[in-house]
Ligand binder design. Structure first.
Ligand SMILES: [Zn+2]
Length: 168
């Protein structure tokens, strides 16, 4: 039986810390093999020949897995826009570019504290200026993302059933 399925499932460690996002076939395999339990389902079930599995939206591993420290998430166009929720740091409108607050041409570094989402208009107008030269201010102070959002490496965190498990 084919159902419109959630494309991905949030996988938690046995300690309930978010681990990663897995595709549905992998999620079902984990459940069938007893390696994970379904914490949240969207109410639908998958029928196979022998078993019925609630369609997993959130899973937790039955046994704790030690996860080594991961390298910090680098700032890229995608991760910066996601951190800033696609809002321009200068005017607040929809942003689809990334701006270096202290321009690279003037020694600014490519690091979380110096990159913000910016709309095309502001990015173009700001060009190679420093903020004080044109009297602009940032609407927030950029910093590296923390917690589960960073941990999931920019996976779209748009599944409402996931949010209780992703509170950083
Ligand atoms: Zn703008």
């Amino acid at each position: 039986m084919l159902l419109p399925a959630p494309p991905r499932t949030l996988l938690l460690n046995a300690s309930l810390e978010p681990l990663c996002v897995v595709a549905l076939p992998r999620a079902v395999t984990l459940v069938m093999s007893g390696k994970a339990t379904v914490l949240e389902s969207d109410g639908r079930v998958l029928h196979s020949e022998h078993v019925v599995v609630p369609l997993p939206v959130v899973l937790s591993l039955t046994r704790y897995v030690h996860v080594p420290m991961r390298r910090p998430l680098p700032p890229t166009r995608r991760t910066v826009l996601q951190r800033d929720d696609h809002r321009c740091a200068y005017c607040g409108s929809h942003a689809d570019t990334v701006d270096h607050v202290h321009p690279r041409s003037r020694g600014g570094r490519h690091e979380w504290g110096n990159v913000v989402a910016a709309c095309r208009r502001c990015n173009h107008r700001k060009a190679d200026h420093l903020l004080h030269e044109i009297g602009w201010e940032l609407r927030w102070t950029p910093s590296a993302p923390r917690g589960a959002t960073a941990f999931l490496h920019g996976a779209a965190v748009d599944e409402p059933a996931w949010s209780p498990y992703l509170a950083a």
